[in-house]
Write a protein that binds this ligand. Structure first.
Ligand code: NAP
Length: 296
């Protein structure tokens, strides 16, 4: 590692963001008698989803918001989930609704996403919010890309004119990330599984965002010296001694010798996602009650 390489600390940034949110939640409650509320719906017993949902509940309470948990059995019929969402859409105490994905196979996830009131869609997956992001409007932005953008801006300041390469084109990370970078006037390339000569494409980038889901795919010699690397990937690998380890989509030990700044895994983008979910809930509460933008 050169002495100049900055390790972007998502744990510290997200802790600061949650402190700011706690303060803003109290201000909203004291000045306007509104307490932001987040409803999280989990269908089924997927262990990873159960952990995410429990962490979301804990963090929601910590910042002073109301948390409404709905845990439904795996065989819940689709129409029952839609009825629950319709109720949450009308509930004045609920400002954000999140249905933990993936849902069981017999439920159409797109139908569920489209049933959520776009004003309460704190995941930013509803087509109205997707369209607003793409057309530069004021919608709800998906949490992981927005968290990644917050880290980038904190690290680099203005991004205008920089070459950015996003590897991955999912609706959850890759595409919204590309729109956010375009909004900041980067020159954006979206790479995917059919991109020809990916290393050469990545080599032109001042900013590399890796959202692939393939352990340590991006090598150090793919990177332009001094570039900024945002590693969204979360991959569990098994080491030769049988122990398990979390790694990103970027070979960190190689990349850290070339990049100017890089997010580690874990401790980079990961902790930002829930903090931004709470930020989106606060913003949704302000908009639903016609209050000033909380400015976070
Ligand atoms: P996804 O829906 O599976 O999308 C993966 C993308 O990577 C696809 O667009 C795919 O291209 C592309 N890809 C696959 N193999 C490739 C290759 N060899 N070269 C170039 N591109 C390739 O995944 P996702 O939901 O976006 O998630 C990506 C990663 O981020 C995962 O590790 C996930 O766990 C992690 N993640 C982290 C957070 C967080 O909170 N930090 C949140 C969400 C996701 P095609 O479209 O051509 O198939």
């Amino acid at each position: 590692m050169t002495t100049k390489t900055k390790i972007i600390d998502g744990n510290a940034f997200s802790a600061r963001l949650r402190d700011t949110l706690t303060q803003k939640v109290h201000e909203m409650r004291d000045s306007h008698h509104v307490t932001p509320g987040l409803a999280v719906v989990l269908v089924g017993e997927d262990p990873a989803s159960q952990v995410y949902v429990r962490t979301k509940h804990k963090r929601t309470i910590e910042v002073g918001m109301k948390s409404f948990m709905h845990t439904l059995p795996a065989d819940t019929p689709e129409h029952e989930l839609l009825t629950l969402i319709a109720g949450l859409n009308k509930d004045p105490e609920v400002h954000g609704i999140l249905v933990q994905l993936p849902v069981p196979k017999h439920i159409d996830s797109q139908k569920i996403i489209e049933a959520i009131d776009p004003a309460k869609d704190v995941d930013g997956f509803h087509p109205i919010n997707v369209g607003r992001l793409a057309s530069g409007g004021e919608g709800m932005v998906p949490c992981t890309p927005l968290g990644s953008m917050m880290l980038l801006k904190d690290c680099l300041g203005k991004l205008g004119g920089l070459d950015a390469v996003v590897i991955g084109r999912s609706n959850i990370v890759g595409k919204p990330m590309a729109h956010l970078l375009l909004k900041e006037s980067c020159t954006v390339t979206i790479a995917h599984s059919q991109t020809r000569d990916l290393p050469e494409v990545v080599r032109r980038a001042d900013i590399v965002v890796a959202a692939v889901g393939k352990a340590e795919m991006v090598r150090g010699d793919w990177l332009k010296p001094g570039c900024t690397v945002i590693d969204v990937g979360i991959n569990r690998i098994e080491l030769p001694d049988g122990t398990k380890k979390l790694v990103g989509d970027v070979a960190f030990d190689e990349a850290v010798k070339v990049a100017g700044a890089i997010t580690p895994v874990p401790g980079g983008v990961g902790p930002m996602t829930i903090a931004v979910l709470l930020r989106n809930t606060l913003v949704a509460a302000a908009r639903l009650h016609n209050l000033p933008d909380p400015g976070v």
